[in-house]
Design a protein around this ligand. Structure first.
Ligand SMILES: Cc1cc2nc3c(=O)[nH]c(=O)nc-3n(C[C@H](O)[C@H](O)[C@H](O)COP(=O)(O)O)c2cc1C
Length: 294
């Protein structure tokens, strides 16, 4: 379907509260229409998808672990078994976006580990059926289209027991790789349009999730882009729930300047690009509010 056909289809919806202007030249609708499966395209794409399953490709595609050799590491493995015990439905019911954080709250290594390892850390593996023992698929707590895990996780530590700075999370090793040390509160406040509603500078940590789109589209074509975004949502929700289970506040942010953030992360912005930002910090308890007021 092209833009003209989408516009014509819209005419059938005469009287809708959404004005036609909203969808005119919409790249989103154009993309969505053209990445739909029909019984024909599903067969054609299905053949390509099956072609992906050969040992040469499998061996390489299922080790999606970006690494930064030579960087200082923080090993999180000692902390991975300390997990919150809060009940799932209570956690779901209590999760709300929190936009003000306790500026003195130091996030612990155990909390950082829970947020990273329990969302996107590799905690199991599955042998690939046609590759034998040489390669495996590293499984996580979130599902992934084709098990290709297209996301990368970065964190900016602002207040913790390790030096403040930008770190990359090694999902396969459960380690942080230090990319640059320093206080990046002002930088982040400048490239993420969140203040004054979200107090980014008071947060203990900011999680930046990128997508390496080739990992998905190599198998699924343009439809793989949908899968990558779906997975970003899964990770964001999982992190929010883990935050709630730890009694931390979090807020997912959509108003960032993409290429400024990509530059900050030193990723190319095309093949790897920012997908999601989650701010996390200590909650301000009611008593603390009253103390402040008095
Ligand atoms: C993709 C996405 C982007 C968001 N971007 C922002 C944002 O830029 N600023 C903000 O204050 N809240 C943002 N939010 C939070 C929503 O405003 C919030 O989830 C919604 O109002 C529902 O409230 P609740 O999360 O407390 O249930 C975002 C949420 C999502 C899922």
């Amino acid at each position: 379907m092209n833009i003209k056909e989408i516009k014509n289809k819209y005419l059938e919806k005469d009287g809708c509260m959404y004005g036609r202007r909203n969808i005119e030249d919409s790249l989103a609708l154009l993309y969505h229409e053209n990445s739909k499966f029909t019984s024909h395209s599903a067969r054609v794409e299905g053949q390509k998808i099956m072609g992906f399953n050969n040992p040469f490709v499998n061996k390489r595609a299922y080790q999606p672990y970006k690494c930064y050799p030579g960087t200082k590491r923080v090993d999180l493995n000692d902390y991975k078994d300390t997990v919150p015990q809060k009940e799932l439905v209570a956690t779901l019911n209590q999760r709300r976006s929190v936009r003000n954080y306790n500026p003195t709250y130091k996030i612990s290594l155990s909390e950082i580990t829970t947020l990273l390892y329990q969302s996107y850390g590799v905690n199991n593996s599955q042998e690939l059926y046609n590759v034998g023992r040489e390669a495996h698929m590293g499984l996580r707590n979130v599902p992934s289209g084709g098990g290709l895990f297209p996301l990368e996780m970065y964190v900016v530590i602002q207040n913790s027991h390790i030096p403040s700075g930008l770190y990359h999370y090694r999902t396969d090793l459960n380690e942080l790789e230090c990319l640059k040390e320093g206080d990046f509160k002002d930088t982040l406040a400048g490239i993420i349009q969140a203040e004054p509603y979200v107090q980014i500078r008071d947060a203990s940590m900011v999680m930046l999730v990128t997508g390496v789109v080739e990992r998905s589209i190599i198998k699924y074509g343009d439809r793989g882009y949908r899968f990558m975004l779906q997975e970003s949502g899964e990770v964001a929700q999982t992190v929010s729930l883990l935050g709630e289970a730890l009694d931390l506040g979090s807020c997912i942010l959509g108003g960032y300047l993409d290429d400024k953030v990509n530059e900050f992360l030193d990723v190319d912005g095309v093949f790897e690009s920012i997908n999601n930002i989650i701010v996390i910090g200590g909650k301000i308890k009611q008593e603390e509010c009253h103390e402040k007021d008095s």
